[in-house]
Write a protein of this length. Structure first.
Length: 530
C-alpha cells in the first residue's frame, strides 16, 4: 500500500479542490497583481491602474482628472515644481487602462507536513501489513510510521494554497472587472492509533519476530538503552510479550531515526506510545487496512464581478467604492490514508460542493501632499458568507455510509480587513511604500490567521524597465517567516508586462526529499495604459 499519489493529491489542491473537516471558517484577502506582489504586496497608497479596484478604489478619483490650480509657484515650464506636485504618479493623464490578464499563485507548506507525508509515502504499508517475517528495514519503517502518525495531525502541519486570475478596465474614474479566486488547505485529521496491527498472531509473536530480526542484523550489537526510559521500556515490552531483546532493538531503531532525522526528539514520547499501540493492536483484527486516519482538504472557489468608482474632492483627497457580486462554491471531501481506494476518493472531490451567490463592497480613501501619498482600504465590509456542502466519508471502511459519517462542511466567511499605508515619492521615478493590516483575519484553515505588514519600492531604472522589491510578514502567526519579494516591469510601448516572485529564503520545508521555500508566490500580468 505504498502510495506515490499522496504527494500529488496535495499538489492538485491548487486547482480549487477542497475537502471535509469541520474546521473551515474564513478566507483572507488575496494578493492581486504582479506589481503589488513584487513590492511586498503593498499597494494601498500607490494604486495607479485598473487594479485599483482591489488595491484602493479611491485612486480612481484622481485618474483622468484635470488638476486644480497649482498650489506652488510656477516653474520655468509653466507647471508646479517637481517637489511640490501632488500628482507625482501622473494619474491625471491616466484616462484609460486595460488589464488584459493577471495571474497570481502561491502556497505555504507549514510545519512538518511535507516531511511526514513523504515519510508515509515511502513506507510500503502493504508489505508491513501482510508480512510473515520482518527485515531490519521493515522494523525501521514501523518506527518511522509510528513517528509520522504521532505528530502528523499537529495543528501546525498544514498546506495552504491559493490562486487568482482576472481582467479589468479603467475608464476615467470608473473600473469594471472579472476575477476568479481559489483557496484550499490540506491536513491530516483523526489519526487512528487503534487499527495499527500487523500480520502476526499477537504482540508476543511480533516481539519474537523483532528479536529474531535483531539477532540476524550484522549492523546491530545489543547494549544498554539509549532512548527509552525504564518506564517506557516496560510499557513497550508489555505490548510485545515482555520480549526484552525486541525492546532493545526498537531502542536501536529509534536512535538511528534520531541520527538520520526521520525522528525528532520532541516526537519520542508519542512515537513510543504509538509503537506500544501497534503491539497491542497486532492480532486483534485492527489491521492497517482498517485504519481510519483521514487526509483532509478543504477550500473555496470564487468568481466575482467588481464595479468601482472614485471621486476626488480636489488634488489631494479622494474616496472610492468597489461593489462586488460574488458567486462562491465551497468544496468538501476526505479519504482514509490507508485505503486502497484513496486516489479514487479524491478524484470526485468536486462533486461535494455547494454554491452561494451574494454581494459585498470595499471602501477606500487616498490623500496626497507633496512627496507623500496616504491610503486606507476596507475590504469585504459586509462579511459575506458561503455555505458548505453535506459530505459523506466512509471513515470506517466498511463500504456503508453511517449516520456518524455524514456531516456538513462549515460556512466560509470572507473576513473584513482594514489596511492603512503610505508612499514616499522623492523623485518621479522612485517610490517607497509601507502598509499594515489593522485586523487579524482567518484563512480557510482554523489553524492559521493573518495580519500582514508589507513594504516595497519601485525604481524606474530606464524608460522601458521598472525594478521592484519588497518584503512582508504575517504578524498574526509567531512561526511565520519573513518573505522577500521582487519583480520587473517591461514597457513595450503599447503593452506592459509585469513579473513577480516571492519566497521565504531562510525558511524551508521538505517535500518528497527535496527542500522548498516554506512560502512561495509567482505572478504575471499584461496591461495597457493610456
Amino acid at each position: 500500500m505504498n502510495r506515490p499519489y499522496l504527494l500529488p493529491v496535495i499538489a492538485t489542491l491548487i486547482a480549487g479542490s477542497g475537502a471535509t473537516g469541520s474546521m473551515l471558517a474564513a478566507a483572507e484577502t488575496p494578493f492581486v497583481g504582479p506589481a503589488a506582489t513584487a513590492m511586498g504586496g503593498s499597494s494601498v497608497a500607490i494604486a495607479d491602474d485598473a487594479l485599483a479596484q482591489y488595491h484602493n478604489p479611491a485612486f480612481f478619483g484622481f485618474m483622468g482628472r484635470t488638476p486644480d490650480t497649482p498650489v506652488a509657484p510656477e516653474g520655468e515650464n509653466g507647471t508646479a515644481p517637481e517637489h511640490a506636485r501632488a500628482d507625482r504618479r501622473d494619474l491625471g493623464d491616466r484616462r484609460f487602462s486595460l488589464n488584459y490578464v493577471d495571474v497570481n499563485m502561491g502556497g505555504q507548506l507549514l510545519g512538518n507536513l511535507g516531511t511526514l507525508v513523504s515519510q508515509l509515502n515511502d513506507i510500503n504499508t502493504d508489505a508491513l501489513e501482510n508480512a510473515s517475517s520482518l527485515t531490519a528495514q521493515d522494523i525501521k519503517d514501523i518506527t518511522t510510521l509510528a513517528a509520522s502518525l504521532s505528530s502528523i495531525d499537529d495543528p501546525g502541519n498544514l498546506a495552504l494554497l491559493d490562486a487568482n486570475a482576472g481582467a479589468s478596465i479603467q475608464i476615467g474614474s470608473i473600473g469594471v472587472g472579472l476575477r476568479s479566486f481559489g483557496m484550499a488547505q490540506a491536513y491530516v485529521d483523526d489519526v487512528d492509533l487503534q487499527n495499527l496491527g500487523l500480520d502476526f498472531a499477537n504482540g508476543a509473536a511480533l516481539g519474537n519476530e523483532i528479536a529474531s530480526t535483531a539477532a540476524s542484523d550484522p549492523g546491530y550489537t545489543p547494549g544498554s538503552l539509549q532512548v527509552l526510559s525504564n518506564d517506557q521500556a516496560t510499557e513497550l515490552g508489555g505490548s510485545l510479550g515482555g520480549n526484552a531483546a525486541a525492546v532493545q532493538y526498537i531502542d536501536h531503531q529509534l536512535q538511528q531515526g534520531l541520527a538520520d532525522g526521520t525522528i525528532t526528539p520532541d516526537q519520542i514520547d508519542e512515537t513510543i506510545a504509538t509503537l506500544t499501540a501497534i503491539g497491542n493492536a497486532t492480532g486483534t483484527g485492527g489491521s492497517l487496512d482498517q485504519n481510519t486516519t483521514l487526509l483532509v482538504a478543504s477550500g473555496i472557489g470564487l468568481f466575482e464581478i467588481p464595479v468601482s468608482y472614485g471621486y476626488a474632492f480636489n488634488d489631494n483627497l479622494s474616496i472610492g467604492i468597489t461593489g462586488k457580486l460574488l458567486m462562491g462554491r465551497v468544496y468538501g471531501g476526505a479519504a482514509r490514508v490507508f485505503d486502497d481506494d484513496f486516489e479514487d476518493a479524491f478524484s470526485d472531490i468536486t462533486d461535494n460542493s455547494k454554491e452561494t451567490t451574494t454581494a459585498t463592497f470595499d471602501l477606500g480613501v487616498a490623500y496626497r501632499v507633496g512627496q507623500f501619498q496616504l491610503g486606507a482600504r476596507g475590504t469585504n465590509l459586509t462579511k459575506p458568507e458561503f455555505d458548505g456542502p453535506q459530505v459523506s466519508v466512509d471513515s470506517n471502511g466498511n463500504g456503508t455510509i453511517e449516520p456518524g459519517e455524514q456531516f456538513t462542511v462549515d460556512t466560509i466567511t470572507l473576513d473584513p480587513q482594514l489596511t492603512i499605508g503610505g508612499a514616499w515619492i522623492p523623485w518621479s521615478n522612485l517610490v517607497l511604500t509601507l502598509e499594515g493590516d489593522l485586523l487579524e483575519a482567518s484563512t480557510v484553515s482554523e489553524f492559521y490567521d493573518t495580519r500582514y505588514i508589507r513594504g516595497g519600492l519601485e525604481w524606474d531604472a530606464l524608460d522601458v524597465l521598472a525594478l521592484r522589491g519588497g518584503a512582508y510578514m504575517n504578524t498574526a502567526n509567531s512561526d511565520a517567516p519573513l518573505v522577500i519579494t521582487g519583480g520587473v516591469g517591461l514597457d513595450l510601448y503599447l503593452l506592459q508586462v509585469d513579473l513577480a516572485a516571492a519566497v521565504s529564503p531562510g525558511d524551508t520545508a521538505e517535500f518528497d526529499g527535496d527542500e522548498y521555500p516554506e512560502v512561495f508566490r509567482v505572478s504575471l500580468g499584461v496591461k495597457s495604459v493610456f
